[in-house]
Design a protein around this ligand. Structure first.
Ligand SMILES: O=c1ccn([C@@H]2O[C@H](COP(=O)(O)O)[C@@H](O)[C@H]2O)c(=O)[nH]1
Length: 235
């Protein structure tokens, strides 16, 4: 059975593969790692083989955002890595989401990674949405509409902030996967996250998985920070 700790995904937001391996080996209790743009751009896919060798689950967070033909091609290429989760921006639009999902499933079949859609980056707040992005919709409604677009396009889940998790869970249903970054224990810094909640609150709101980076990886003792978060969720 999956433990609380298995629901925490830790991002490898480091510049080199050597840094990534140091972190992975310092945190043997972490079962699910996220590889994002910084590490993938610097080191390429070999980190994915290292994680596979260690029998870790992998979230490949490359946040595809392009026209339908291009995101479908990117998904066909990503299928070879046999990761567990892969991301695309919902704002690619319906045709791109459908074509990307179809390409992934046709290439990898049963083993296909779950393609999940970014609804609205957790570093953005209502003000950013209205004044900078010029989107005249309340933020919770916008995030919900992006999640519904993903669902209608055949995607099995979405990335959202914990603030929207309860609403998305109730509207999109219990099978729809919700992955929440923007998670901060009360004792940690928010940094650039703008719609954060604590790990316990995010799980109560309906998140399946929490992405928690700097509170763990920038801590003086990452193992102790990870353990403290697990205990706080259990408590
Ligand atoms: O909306 C999003 C989508 C992805 N992320 C990613 O999650 C982690 C969060 O790291 P922290 O150190 O816990 O802030 C990071 O890799 C982001 O690229 C996100 O934060 N928000």
């Amino acid at each position: 059975m999956m433990s609380v700790c298995d629901r925490i995904i830790v991002p490898l937001d480091v510049p080199t593969q050597t840094d990534a391996l140091t972190l992975i080996d310092a945190l043997p209790e972490v079962s699910f790692w996220k590889v994002g743009l910084e590490l993938f751009v610097s080191s390429g896919p070999s980190i994915l083989s290292e994680l596979k060798t260690r029998q870790k689950r992998i979230f490949l967070d490359l946040k595809f955002h392009d026209i339908p033909n291009t995101v479908a091609g990117a998904c066909r290429s990503a299928a070879q890595y046999q990761v567990d989760l892969l991301t695309i921006h919902a704002t690619c639009g319906r045709r791109a989401l459908k074509d990307a999902h179809t390409a992934l499933v046709e290439t990898a079949g049963e083993q296909a990674p779950k393609l999940i859609a970014i609804t609205l980056l957790t570093s953005l707040n209502s003000r950013d949405l209205a004044f900078d992005l010029k989107i005249p919709v309340e933020l919770p409604e916008y995030a919900l509409q992006m999640a519904l677009l993903a669902k209608e396009s055949g995607l099995p889940g979405a990335v959202c902030s914990p603030h929207e998790a309860a609403q998305l869970r109730s509207v999109c249903g219990s099978e729809f996967l919700l992955v929440c970054p923007g998670v901060r224990p009360a004792w940690s810094e928010a940094g650039d996250q703008r719609r954060a909640m604590t790990p316990g609150e995010a799980i109560k709101a309906g998140a399946d998985y929490l992405v928690i980076g700097r509170p763990i990886t920038a801590s003086e003792d990452p193992g102790a920070a990870f353990q403290r978060i697990c205990e706080e969720i259990e408590g």
